[in-house]
Design a protein around this ligand. Structure first.
Ligand code: 5GP
Length: 175
């Protein structure tokens, strides 16, 4: 409960960004506060431990900021899941529906070893489309899903419900 208040107090609502009618959750004040950012990274690393993760995936771009230090803190490797066309070498791609149009994310085919258990980290779970596509990608790349962890969940968008089938019993933790 203390962590929750610390984190929530450092997230700023930005009305009408990136378009009219949307209230954007801006996490930059949290990142700029070493006490809050440190506590967040510690909590994410503890989740990686608790769920027996052997790799942490970060979702481009704000997911990288949280996932990379959490992986290092947990003593396990970091794997970037990137927007299409950014990763060198052989990659696997997964496309998914946006409100308008489609998006595509990629991971390198050799990112995971046999038996890897992956914790996916992102800043915000909105509709759940990005996280859902990442779980599909991780399984196609031969790894097991250990869970999904996010800083913030926008409950009214129903991401948790959308993600449930893809989680297949793995935990979704919101800090
Ligand atoms: P989804 O696929 O769940 O609809 O969208 C999630 C993605 O969009 C995440 O990668 C997240 O970074 C970004 N996103 C959506 N809404 C917000 C928001 O209000 N604040 C921030 N920081 N990111 C958002």
């Amino acid at each position: 409960a203390e962590l929750r208040e610390l984190l929530l107090g450092r997230i700023r609502d930005v009305p009408d960004y990136p378009q009219p009618g949307v209230v954007f959750k801006d996490i930059t004040p949290l990142l700029a506060d070493p006490a809050a950012f440190g506590a967040l990274v510690d909590a994410l690393a503890a989740l990686a431990d608790r769920h027996g993760a052997t790799k942490v995936v970060g979702l481009e771009a704000r997911g990288f900021i949280l996932a990379a230090p959490a992986a290092a803190r947990a003593g396990i490797g970091f794997v970037p899941v990137r927007k299409a066309g950014k990763l060198p070498g052989k990659t696997l791609a997964q496309s998914y529906e946006l409100e308008y149009g489609t998006a595509e994310i990629e991971v390198q085919t050799d990112a995971f070893a046999a038996g890897d258990r992956v914790l996916v980290i992102d800043d915000v779970l909105a509709t759940g489309g990005t996280a859902e596509a990442s779980l599909e990608l991780i399984r196609r790349a031969g790894a097991t899903v250990a869970g999904v962890a996010v800083l913030l969940e926008l409950g009214f968008l129903g991401g948790r419900e959308r993600l449930a089938p893809a989680l297949d019993g793995a935990p979704l933790d919101t800090l």
